[in-house]
Design a protein around this ligand. Structure first.
Ligand code: NOJ
Ligand code: CA
Length: 701
């Protein structure tokens, strides 16, 4: 009787009636509704104005074969299981959450996680799917959940149908959608212009697969004509393919596009499971985008019991000389081998003398002469050093000088091979005292047909992280999937590349670093490798005509505007020796922060950030601009009132210029800077000039 009553009650739940959810401050309102045919939709408003117009939720799955026919055993013979209409609302749950947590490292020592939650259980043909919404003051997160149940166990995704319908032709800072690379320049345009401009943002690489003429990656930053900043991304990408967005440039809507696997499927799931969070950040000030912790908050808390071994790392590397073609990764060729023991010792000496923590050595192992450009399964074994790299002696030497060597595992994207070797590789690292590895995934993925951002690879990157954690090893993954806040759960993920970094030299556009904090860095820190002091690449390699378009002070500022617990001083020791006064900033700057204050910001234009170091309480300020010179007034009102401080200011000289350098003119104007010291208080306002593609850096004691 009771059961029948309950069932009847449940059946009577108002299908079609909207469920609304407000953010804690009441500014955002999310509406969920089932349309007449039982299709789930959501919409998002900010102070009553539309941000996301009613947008589709749901999936197409591969159907179960009902009869044993040959067709049903052929992939094409399987039915499409409609998981986007014909639902009824079975249950609705609401809750509120408000907690403050402390990350192991990061932009601030305490983070508030405050949201209202709505979980809607949808039912179709006896199968349940929950859509869970979390609405924060700075945006929305939602995900699909498939509880453990009869009737759904293993299933295959044909398509995730999630839409994000924008309310207009917004300005956007976008990266071309690609299943294999993020090493492109950002486009800056209205949504309606993406199609025309996208080809011009592409950069040739070792593995690329552009998704569609209007496909863009997340995190995607937009700005409405009304001045709202809207950012779409995903959080907690675990056991699921990465989402790209396909733009319909006539009605300004985006549809999710999941990275396919080698057989064309878009994910293989096993209940109980859930999708990553789909996120829509909405704020009314660009600085609030930088201050948002939406992505981290939607990740699970730290999964590691012991984090005492995870530490910030400032490092140098036997690296820039290879990237620029001065010396070789490979041993035994015509060019000098960068990782030769005497050369490595030279870096160890310099790094130790200037207070660094580590030295990365690339090309230390065998395999490099037999790799690039070939798709080959077994290239590296990750344990055999080149004959001139004295692994034991160099580690001992480094340790005697307070330096750790940093391991490099270029996997050549042969992931099967890396997984075969990884236990031995990590064991060897521990034997010699390495505690950090830079991984790399250059080239097409092996197994053939898999993409860098497919579910198989997402699982691989996360497996490496967990395995590294078992060995107390920190990871910095290059060419890996764009981060989605996973570093909260696995704080040994101290860095990722996953975007165009300084190693692209002249290809890095002046506005690039004014966009990264809004986009790529939303998911976690980047190993951008700043600190380049010599902008003229012909000085390193006579045949090069490349010029880096940045002033020296802008390079300093990046240590603050792009927070990371892992920071490299990318350039060569001899280039630092020429500017020891400016190098002082790199030596001084902190890597882990008590507090961050976002002073000025506009995507594509400029970013000015102040951060207080954890422990010492010292402040560091960084400012960067795009190709335009700017005059900035920086108020130091974040300092403690009544206290007196000394500020050391590194600024572009009045005639500095980070943009106009060519091979013919040389790059002298890039490195015109001034360093002044000044007494300051919380009442001080500093007027600072930024040259074209320039910047400034300040340390305050
Ligand atoms: C690409 C990485 O981003 C770069 O830093 C590294 O030196 C090369 N791959 C070689 O593995
Ligand atoms: Ca790279």
């Amino acid at each position: 009787m009771l059961l029948t009553l309950l069932t009847t009650l449940l059946m009577c739940l108002p299908v079609g009636e909207a469920q609304t959810l407000s953010s804690p401050d009441g500014n955002l309102e999310m509406t969920f509704v089932l349309s007449e045919d039982g299709s789930p939709n959501y919409a998002l408003q900010y102070k009553g104005g539309n941000v996301v117009m009613p947008s589709v939720l749901g999936y197409k799955f591969r159907g179960r074969a009902s009869a044993k026919t040959p067709e049903n055993y052929m992939r094409v013979g399987y039915d499409t299981l409609d998981f986007h209409s014909g639902f009824r609302v079975k249950d609705v749950q609401r809750s509120t959450f408000d907690q403050t947590w402390s990350p192991v490292w990061g932009e601030e020592s305490r983070i508030r996680n405050n949201y209202n939650e709505l979980a809607v259980t949808l039912e179709k043909d006896g199968i349940d799917m929950i859509v869970r919404f979390r609405l924060f003051d700075d945006g929305l997160g939602f995900r699909y959940e498939f509880p453990q149940q009869k009737g759904l166990r293993y299933f295959t995704v044909l398509d995730e149908l999630t839409e994000f319908r924008m309310a207009g032709d917004h300005m956007a800072w976008w990266l071309a959608g690609d299943y294999d690379t993020q090493e492109y320049n950002y486009g800056e345009s209205r949504l309606s212009q993406v199609r025309d401009l996208l080809p011009g943002t592409l950069i040739d690489g070792a593995s690329q697969h552009v998704v569609a003429p209007t496909a863009v990656q997340t995190s995607l930053q937009m700005k409405t004509d009304g001045g709202l900043y809207v950012n779409i991304h995903e959080a907690a990408l675990i056991d699921y393919p990465t989402m790209t967005l396909i733009l319909d440039d006539e009605d300004f809507s985006f549809k999710a596009d999941l990275t396919p696997d080698a057989t064309g499927y878009r994910g293989r799931l096993c209940a109980p499971c859930s999708s990553p969070w789909r996120t829509v950040m909405v704020v009314d000030d660009a600085r609030k985008v930088l201050a948002s912790r939406l992505i981290l908050n939607l990740n699970e808390s730290c999964a590691l019991d012991d984090v005492s071994w995870i530490r910030p790392v400032k490092y140098m590397g036997v690296w820039w000389e290879m990237i620029t073609g001065m010396s070789a990764y490979a041993y035994g060729g015509a060019k000098a081998h960068g990782a030769e023991s005497g050369n490595v010792r030279r870096y160890i000496d310099f790094a130790s003398e200037h207070g660094f923590d580590a030295v990365l050595v690339e090309g230390w192992n065998e395999g490099w002469s037999d790799w690039f450009g070939k798709q080959k399964d077994e290239v590296f074994d990750f344990v055999t050093p080149a004959p001139d790299f004295d692994i034991e002696g160099l580690n001992e030497y480094a340790h005697s000088k307070g330096i750790r060597l940093m391991m490099h595992h270029e996997t050549s994207s042969s992931v099967v091979n890396y997984e075969r070797c990884i236990d031995d590789a990590f064991d060897m690292m521990k034997r010699y005292g390495y505690d950090a590895v830079k991984t790399g995934y250059v080239g097409n993925i092996i197994p053939y047909g898999e993409h860098h951002y497919g579910q198989f690879m997402v699982n691989h990157y996360n497996r490496v992280l967990r395995k590294a954690a078992e060995h107390k090893i920190m990871v910095n993954g290059h060419e890996a999937v764009r981060p989605t806040g996973i570093c909260r759960t696995y704080p040994n993920l101290v860095g990722n590349e996953s975007a165009l970094g300084m190693e692209f030299r002249s290809q890095v556009l002046p506005h690039h670093v004014t966009i990264l904090p809004f986009t790529r860095l939303q998911g976690g820190p980047m190993d951008f490798t700043p600190g380049i002091f010599e902008m003229d690449m012909s000085k390193l390699r006579a045949s090069s005509r490349q010029q880096i378009h940045s002033t020296l002070c802008k390079q300093l500022a990046l240590y603050v505007t792009q927070a990371s617990p892992l920071q490299m001083a990318g350039d060569l020791p001899e280039h630092y020796l020429r500017h020891m006064d400016a190098f002082q900033f790199i030596k001084d700057v902190a890597l882990d922060w008590e507090r961050s204050v976002y002073l000025e910001a506009e995507p594509g234009d400029y970013v000015v950030t102040a951060r207080q170091a954890k422990g010492s309480g010292e402040w560091f300020v960084g400012g960067v601009t795009d190709e335009n010179a700017r005059e900035m007034t920086v108020s130091l009102d974040f300092l403690e009132p009544g206290k007196k401080y000394v500020a050391r200011i590194y600024r572009d000289a009045p005639d500095a210029d980070g943009v106009s350098n060519t091979y013919e003119t040389g790059s002298e104007a890039c490195s015109r800077y001034e360093i002044i010291e000044k007494k300051v208080t919380s009442k001080t306002k500093l007027k600072l000039h930024m040259a074209p593609s320039g910047g400034f850096a300040i340390s305050i004691k």
